[in-house]
Unconditional design. Sequence first.
Length: 340
Amino acid sequence: MDSELPDIYCPFPQRTNPHVPHTRVHLDTWIRNTGLVHRDSARERFDQADFGAFVGMVYPTADAERLDLVADWFVWLFLVDDQLDDGHLGRSPERVRDVVAAMRSVIEGKGTGTAPDEELPAAVVALVDLWERTTPDAAAHWRARFGWHLTEYLMTTTTWEAGNRADGVVPSEETYIAKRRHTGAIHVCMDLIEIVAGIEAPESIHNDSRFITALEASCNVVCWANDVYSYEKEQVLGEIHNLVHLVRHHRGYGKREALEHVCAETDRETRRFLAAEAELLSSYPQLSGMLLPYLDGMRSWMRGNLDWSRQTPRYNPADVGQYEEPEEYLEATVLGVARD
């Protein structure tokens, strides 16, 4: 697969977490307990993805308990995303309104907003568990930011993306790039660096222009690399929300030229991150104990996402036929909305 795609510049070392085998076992138990995966076809696809390996690549320093936690978040985000990207629900915003409302209620600390005897979709059951395990000891400003990012992910995917698909709207590159950091839930994943590393970044750092640049650039690198590697799959599905597709659409580029353009822009974002990182560390030497692991977490995300994207069967162009009938592997019970 790599030989068919332009190279993406990534000067960060390959790493993996030694607790991956433990996390694979944990995930197997967790998805059964929450009901997220149970059909044979869905289970086969889940096993192929190897989310335990992925989470080990992007959080290589996490201890076993925290790696299990972020792995559960990964699975939740990926399975919800598959429902909205690959399935019919991603074209019907009104169909998922109730389940999104229940999720937002959990995030806002109001329970599920449903009757006690009401059967909940698996994604809501799992979110309750995740929220209770993630937020109790976190600072209030971290919970507020994490909750906002999670809500933005849900609303952008179920309203903006789904609305575009339903109305046949092709977004501009600029609008897509801004929205992509939310639809990819990468802000959610970057927030989890603080949980994994056991650090607390003050609001003053989150509001610093150099930190904002480093975070934005690292998020873009992750999202755009994903678009490069998932391009073939998403073309099969008719998905317009992909930067390579939009570059072809708006600029009239051929496939190879569009891929090279996106990879070159991704390289520039990596260099923008490195410049912002250097400025940030020189400006706050007294905060290096917090900044170094935070920035290292961003580096790990850029490297690990690239490594996983290169090896996962999810994006293998030779196997894109598996996505032509997404209802064969999507679980209706995840969002609790059946196909008509």
